[in-house]
Write a protein that binds this ligand. Structure first.
Ligand SMILES: Nc1ncnc2c1ncn2[C@@H]1O[C@H](COP(=O)(O)OP(=O)(O)OP(=O)(O)O)[C@@H](O)[C@H]1O
Ligand SMILES: [Mg+2]
Length: 250
């Protein structure tokens, strides 16, 4: 199994407010439709929330927990927005011949202090082995300690990635960039040096942007490829086990 994440930075206008990037969604769905047709069917899809998540989390102050009635309303609204984004992604995939099924993480489990403590991955994995493409996404989930918390798509990648052969993360940059160049390989030997160049996101990102992503990837123990999903052919090559411009985190 492979895990593919498509960033909210690509699927949405991340500087907007609940705004899809229809062109990017369509071109990625078309690429995945072609790959699916040619037999690449061994992956689950996780996507980020982009402007359907981050701005709402900030608006309702959900970063540190969900306790008040207003925050509960905000959590429910944020979850609803994320599922709407997910449905748009699923609809585009269906149009391209991929039997995609949305699996909203909020109904699969719980977090504890922002980290997954309980998650039923069985449904997603059964869908995959039955010939469907399960589609999960960054979501608001119940949290045993904080009432509710953000579960980033990146954290879901790290959770599902532990059982995968490789993970591929499509975002809006060519990889991790240091001194103006893509870093081809990050290992224990150079990670602290590279981290000095890695920041959050330039847009609203409540889950740490590129730094948060890299931190999630370091714990997986599986090869993780960060590539530019604005070039769908790079993502397709990586799904096929071929080389493409990217950063490999080992
Ligand atoms: N050294 C770096 N190399 C590359 N990108 C970096 C670096 N430091 C910070 N970034 C920022 O990280 C951003 C990508 O992370 P971001 O969380 O916005 O994307 P995403 O994960 O695709 O979106 P989402 O979180 O909505 O799924 C880039 O657009 C860039 O602004
Ligand atoms: Mg992010």
């Amino acid at each position: 199994m492979q895990v593919l994440k498509l960033g909210g930075s690509v699927l949405t206008k991340k500087n907007g407010y609940m705004e899809l990037d229809r062109k990017n969604i369509d071109s990625l769905a078309e690429m995945l439709g072609g790959a699916w047709k040619s037999g690449v069917r061994d992956f689950i899809l996780i996507h980020g929330a982009g402007s359907f998540g981050h701005p709402l989390v900030l608006k309702y102050g959900l970063e540190k927990g969900v306790r008040t009635e207003a925050q509960k309303g905000g959590m429910a609204l944020t979850h609803a927005a994320c599922t709407r984004l997910s449905q748009s992604v699923v609809d585009a995939l269906l149009k391209n011949g991929v039997p995609a099924v949305a699996v909203p993480p909020a109904s699969l489990g719980k977090l504890s202090n922002g980290r997954i403590s309980e998650l039923d991955s069985g449904i997603a994995l059964s869908l995959l082995s039955s010939g469907f493409l399960p589609v999960l996404h960054g979501d608001m989930m119940l949290d045993e300690k904080r009432g509710g918390s953000v579960c980033s798509g990146d954290q879901l990648v790290s959770y599902f990635g532990k059982g995968a052969e490789r993970v591929i993360l499509g975002t809006d940059v060519d990889g991790i960039i240091a001194d103006g160049k893509v870093v081809p390989l990050i290992t224990k030997a150079n990670v602290s040096e590279v981290l000095a160049h890695v920041k959050g996101a330039e847009t609203a990102d409540v889950t740490g942007g590129m730094r948060g992503k890299l931190e999630e990837l370091l714990g997986i123990g599986k090869p993780a490829y960060i590539a530019n999903a604005l070039h769908p052919e790079r993502i397709e090559k990586l799904l096929r086990g071929e080389k493409a411009v990217c950063t490999l985190v080992e």
